[in-house]
Ligand binder design. Sequence first.
Ligand SMILES: Cc1cc2nc3c(=O)[nH]c(=O)nc-3n(C[C@H](O)[C@H](O)[C@H](O)COP(=O)(O)O)c2cc1C
Length: 239
Amino acid sequence: MNGSGRKKNTYYLLKSIEEILINENFETEIINLYKEKLEFCTRCEVCILKDGCFINDKCSEIMKKVIECDGLIIGTPVYLNNMSGVLKNFFDRTCSWFHRTPVSQKPTLLLANTQGSGIKKTLNSVKEVMIQWGVCLTGSISRNGRNFNKPIKRHELKNFITSVNLNGYEYIPSFKEIYTYNVQRTLATNVFPVDKKYWEENNLIDSVYFKSAKINLIKKFYGNALYKFLCKVIKPIEN
Ligand SMILES: Cc1cc2nc3c(=O)[nH]c(=O)nc-3n(C[C@H](O)[C@H](O)[C@H](O)COP(=O)(O)O)c2cc1C
């Protein structure tokens, strides 16, 4: 996914990643977000509280492609030390995925490029959203004005390719990922009935993290203790 407002540096980096993936016999597609002219989120919150979005543009088509792909690469330029507005707007439109993710444990690679500053902050901003989506984080690639022409090598995609081949199976989540999951698990249990239904239907509510992941005993204890605590302090909203 090219999150730039144009078909230039981020796009060329994605093209060179695509070349490596095609050599490995993967089917690929680059979505140029700026071309899709997505509307801004209207902040109605219907997608969070009920489901769906009434805005009639290409966003649902793009979301469907993201859901259906076996692996996702998100590329953004650094604009003012952060991700591009085009990408942020797309993320805003996927707001319900914070609560009810349809892309859990999808192998995902992050790409950012800049003239000089802001790589770390930008990658972190995108990563925060990805943690909420519950994807498998397989690393990041970055370039700046000085090393932009350095070709992307296969080893930079190694973890991503391995994870795609394993369907994201046996991912080892960080404590932060387990924390985020259990905050949403609490909201599903105590606050949002739509979330509760989704979490129950997808067998998420009784689990400390997505079931295909590899969780050691300490993380299991941490997640369950956190969930118990949060369920006591985050109570249903009374009308
Ligand atoms: C609006 C805007 C803001 C930018 N902000 C930064 C910045 O904060 N730090 C930086 O080093 N480069 C900044 N740049 C430069 C871009 O990150 C850099 O040129 C990048 O390669 C552009 O990628 P693109 O061609 O895919 O859009 C900015 C460029 C634009 C247009």
